[in-house]
Design a protein around this ligand. Structure first.
Ligand code: SF4
Length: 396
């Protein structure tokens, strides 16, 4: 069994809807995001804290705090990722996970899991256990409780902000199937729980419903393995690694964007309108469409560039060398030769508060810095960030 399942439960809402996405995304990296790093850190701490809490009978807060310190110690050294580490300090793979975020999100989840683990009706608890549905479909379940009467509870911790619900959740149903087919339990019914933002969202499913779902899963896997499996566009495309190269997605995306704007003919008409007269709904559609075209056009440019680098000619285009700033061939040598010209060197400049906070004695810069307000920035409503407030409301 490889490190990653071909049909992973976490991507199941995509491949169940679009079996063709499996072949199209083969070999493409699933680009990790800041949110996925944060999720990894929180899941690791949560799993360790549940195990520690069960073993030592610690409460959730104590267990999470201890595991956070331990996690930080282990991951600080190779500087991979971890709690309180700076993104810029660590470069590409380093991600910062705020301690408050860990405590706010992980402590309630661990508390909930420890309560269930302590229920006398629970016969066994599995934490971060591999749950297998078929040889190519398996994943790691965050928390599974097996009850004495044969019922199963499957819990999934979500650290992100985008709301996920338990009802009809294919990822949880696959974990439940994995718990059953692994003969871990002779399941009667299953309770599926998404734990997010401090609260559990729960949905109950019978073993008969799970069996019907399993048939759908097997059909999708069979279709995905045919020579030309169906490609179906939908909301599930959002996280598809193949969307840059998927013609179906590009066609549909373009026609939807145009439809939203009222058809092909509406573009020139819109371009002639004064932006001040656009109503907010139309302006939002224009922004959506332009963002779509922007991403799509960047991906298309890369395809053309790669083809031309490989020697293909594309009528109407050529490759030129991009401009770079002049750089010293050997910085030390240049400094030695130019030492006689004081004007060749910059005066020492004051470094940033963030840099100095790490290097000067604690408290040295505390009263000297401020956090200037950023300009208002338009993002998707699900994006992270501090809400912008109109400061003019409070002035004068
Ligand atoms: S972008 Fe959408 S349609 Fe294309 S392969 Fe991915 S999920 Fe399927």
């Amino acid at each position: 069994m490889g490190a990653h399942a071909e049909f992973s439960p976490s991507a199941s809402s995509r491949w169940l809807a679009c079996p063709g996405s499996i072949q199209l995304s083969k070999g493409l990296p699933d680009e990790p995001s800041a949110a996925s790093y944060r999720g990894t850190v929180m899941h690791e701490i949560a799993a360790q804290a549940i195990t520690l809490g069960m073993d030592k009978k610690f409460g959730s807060e104590k267990a999470v705090k201890l595991c956070t310190v331990c996690h930080k110690r282990v991951h600080d050294r190779p500087k991979e990722y971890g709690v309180g580490l700076e993104v810029d300090e660590l470069g590409k793979t380093g991600q910062q996970v705020a301690l408050d975020d860990v405590l706010d999100k992980v402590v309630p989840y661990v508390g909930w899991a420890l309560d269930i683990a302590g229920d006398p009706e629970v016969e066994a608890v599995l934490v971060e256990q591999q749950l297998q549905v078929t040889s190519s479909c398996w994943g790691t379940g965050d928390f599974v409780a097996i009850y004495r009467d044969g019922d199963v509870l499957v819990g999934d911790f979500k650290s992100g902000e985008v709301e996920v619900l338990a009802k009809d959740n294919p990822q949880l149903m696959l974990y439940a199937l994995g718990a059953i087919t692994g003969q871990i339990a002779q399941c009667r019914d299953a309770v599926l729980v998404i734990f997010q933002n401090g609260t559990p969202d729960q949905w109950e499913v019978t073993s008969a419903e799970l069996a019907a779902f399993r048939a759908l899963v097997l059909d999708a896997i069979e279709e995905a393995e045919t020579p030309s499996p169906a490609l179906r566009v939908g909301d599930h495309c959002k996280y598809c690694p193949a969307k840059k190269s998927c013609e179906k997605y590009a066609d549909r995306g373009m026609s939807l964007a145009l439809q939203d704007l009222g058809g092909d003919d509406s573009l020139p008409a819109l371009a002639n309108l004064s932006l001040d007269t656009l109503d907010s709904e139309t302006a939002a559609k224009v922004v959506d469409a332009i963002r779509f075209f922007g991403k799509w056009s960047a991906a298309a440019e890369k395809v053309l560039t790669d083809r031309m680098k490989a020697g293909f000619e594309i009528p109407g285009y050529k490759l030129i060398e991009g401009q770079k700033h002049k750089a010293w061939r050997d910085k030390d040598e240049a400094a030695a030769v130019l030492a006689k010209f004081p004007e060749a060197f910059n005066e020492p400049v004051l470094r940033t508060p963030t840099q100095l906070m790490k290097e000067l004695p604690p408290g040295s810069v505390d009263d000297l810095w401020e956090q200037p307000r950023g300009e208002a920035k338009l993002v998707d409503s699900a994006a992270r960030g501090k809400d912008w407030e109109d400061s003019s409301v409070f002035s004068d």
